[in-house]
Design a protein. Structure first.
Length: 157
């Protein structure tokens, strides 16, 4: 019995959980889906958003830098908040996907709700309600025309 307890303790020290790794603190927004806390970078899980310098059209048909505006949307969601990010699959892919929360508020869902990001997976049930609200109320990108950030994401890979 003591041997089993020793093995469990030893393995838990050697193989930390990928879900437990992360950071909490003041975040710097690098783009509409990427945050930095200290030296650690976190890519918001499950969403795609306009890249810097991506051009969209507003409701009047005028071009605007929707990548910059989307990044500002993430800045708004994190302003003055303690941001807590947990890696989902650190070192398993080139992108360090993470679940991030600002004072408990899910930032991926927040970006979809404000209309500045879309789910990477079509019909993702985790985002269905907030996506429908964003479309219906013409939040963010939905107020004009844009090409899907999901295609931007896949084209950049």
């Amino acid at each position: 019995m003591r041997e089993i307890a020793f093995i469990i303790v030893f393995v838990s020290l050697i193989v930390p959980s990928a879900f437990a790794e992360g950071m909490k603190g003041t975040a710097t927004v690098l783009d509409a889906v990427t945050l930095q806390i200290g030296a650690a970078k976190f890519r918001l899980q499950g969403i795609g958003a306009p890249k810097p310098d991506q051009i969209c059209k507003n409701r009047f048909g005028k071009n605007y830098d929707c990548g910059a505006i989307a990044a500002t949307g993430l800045m708004d969601l994190t302003a003055g908040a303690v941001v807590d990010c947990r890696y989902l699959d650190k070192n398993l892919t080139p992108i360090n996907w993470a679940h991030c929360f600002a004072d408990g508020y899910d930032l991926s869902k927040g970006m979809v709700y404000t209309g500045w990001a879309l789910p990477l997976t079509k019909d993702d049930p985790a985002f269905a309600s907030v996506l429908n609200t964003a479309k219906t109320k013409k939040h963010g990108l939905w107020a004009g025309t844009f090409s899907s950030p999901v295609s931007w994401f896949h084209n950049a890979q």
